[in-house]
Design a protein around this ligand. Structure first.
Ligand code: NAD
Ligand code: DAU
Length: 361
């Protein structure tokens, strides 16, 4: 949307210190410099204020450290900032951690989302239900379950079949967001997107983990047979899609967002290795493919995700722009240029998690 053709918004971005959230905060501040942007983030292990460091001096920007489950805090924040739009990213987001310990996923993803929805409803009622207000609930394609090789991609009407504690908690929160529109007319919108990648991605996820391990000369742990398929979406394309949904999407609707980039995990790792060989001057082990190590599979590992993004393309005119080859190159270049961002994240706490997950690999 062209900034000059709209009236400013006052947007609350939850989880804005996380991977997609911080990319979205940058996108929004650049696109709409006249908007008030308030970030609410609990700064869990996955939240990082350094991802927003360049925005801290903006007068229009405010960072609040807090939990989406803290009703008193949100009841204060929404009227104080006269919020008219919520972009809700805050969540526990890593499937492997949900298998190791699901409690936080239930608390944040389900109870936290409920708390936020209910607080926003009360705020919206007091503001006399403005029709332009929006609550965007950012969700995942994992709620639809797993596809076989020949199955058609997920559409917005694919039945929910979540397989992990993470995806089950996201599915629950989607149902709450949907119900708040149907019962209360609260202007909620839901997006279900595929695997994102790009700058500010926490090291535990496949792409940053592989990049960092290649730089450190550590084994590259590929789960199972490496034949699982994901549909990779460059995070900048995702942010643009969410922008379009907030401005043009119909309340009560769900939009699937995908990258049109289905790749087998092992092929993605090969691409990363070859790009790192090309772009990183001083690798400890070269060719990087020598580091590939097949490890025990993730329990309940979904075989394939794929998104049919026809609805958002035809109804809202959004299409992804980035190819996997181009997006991976940009991502690697970003990690090579920003060791100051990712090195501090390899903390003692992270090493403990890594040991527990990968058991000596
Ligand atoms: P992330 O783990 O990188 O970031 C999550 C952020 O939420 C962190 O900054 C964390 O501090 C914050 N947070 C966690 N619990 C909180 C709480 N109780 N209160 C306030 N803040 C809290 O996650 P991400 O990868 O950026 O994902 C963002 C959203 O997008 C999530 O809802 C996720 O389910 C969804 N999603 C992610 C992907 C992906 O590929 N990363 C794909 C589809 C959907
Ligand atoms: O599909 C959207 C989802 O994508 C989001 O909802 C999640 O928040 C996000 O974390 C992501 O989930 P995945 O489980 O698909 O992403 P992850 O990066 O953890 O893993 C991608 C694939 O790579 C998956 O098939 C598991 C595999 N993998 C992952 C890791 C971390 C490995 O083979 N080795 C690894 O070390």
């Amino acid at each position: 949307m062209v900034a000059s053709q709209r009236s400013p918004r006052r947007i609350l971005i939850t989880g804005g210190a996380g991977f997609i959230g911080s990319n979205f905060v940058h996108h929004w501040c650049k696109q709409y410099p006249g908007d008030r942007v308030v970030v609410l983030d609990a700064l869990t292990y996955a939240g990082n204020q350094a991802s927003l460091a360049d925005l801290e001096d903006l007068e229009t920007f405010r960072f609040v450290q807090g939990d989406i489950g803290d009703r008193a805090l949100i009841d204060t924040l929404l009227p104080e900032e006269n919020i008219d739009t919520i972009a809700h990213f805050a969540a526990e987001s890593h499937v492997d951690r949900s298998i190791l310990g699901p409690d936080a996923f239930i608390q944040t993803n389900i109870v936290g989302t409920f708390t936020l929805l209910e607080a926003f409803r009360q705020h919206w009622l007091k503001r006399d239900k403005p029709g332009r207000d929006r609550f965007l609930h950012v969700s995942t394609d994992e709620v639809y379950g797993s596809l076989n090789a020949d199955d058609p991609p997920f559409t917005e009407t694919t039945p929910y079949a979540p397989n992990s504690p993470y995806s089950a908690s996201k599915a629950s929160s989607d149902h709450l967001a949907r119900a708040y529109f149907h019962t209360y007319d609260l202007p909620t919108l839901i997006t279900n997107c595929s695997n994102n990648y790009g700058p500010y991605h926490f090291p535990e996820k496949l792409i940053p983990l592989m990049c960092i391990n290649i730089l450190l000369g550590k084994p590259l742990p590929v789960y199972g047979d490496g034949q699982n398929i994901r549909d990779w979406l460059y995070v900048g394309d995702h942010c643009q899609a969410l922008d379009v949904v907030i401005h043009q999407g119909l309340p009560g609707q769900t939009y699937n967002i995908g990258g049109n980039n289905e790749v087998k995990n092992i092929d993605l790792v090969y691409m990363l290795c070859d790009l790192m060989d090309e772009l990183a001057p001083d690798l400890p082990i070269r060719p990087a493919r020598e580091l590939i190590t097949f490890v025990k599979d993730r329990p309940g590992h979904d075989r394939r995700y794929a998104i049919d993004a026809t609805k958002i393309s035809t109804e809202l005119g959004w299409n992804p722009q980035e190819t996997v080859a181009g997006g991976l190159r940009r991502t690697i270049e970003w990690y090579l240029a920003h060791p100051d961002w990712w090195q501090p994240l390899l903390s003692e706490e992270y090493q403990k998690y890594y040991q527990q997950m990968y058991q000596g690999v």
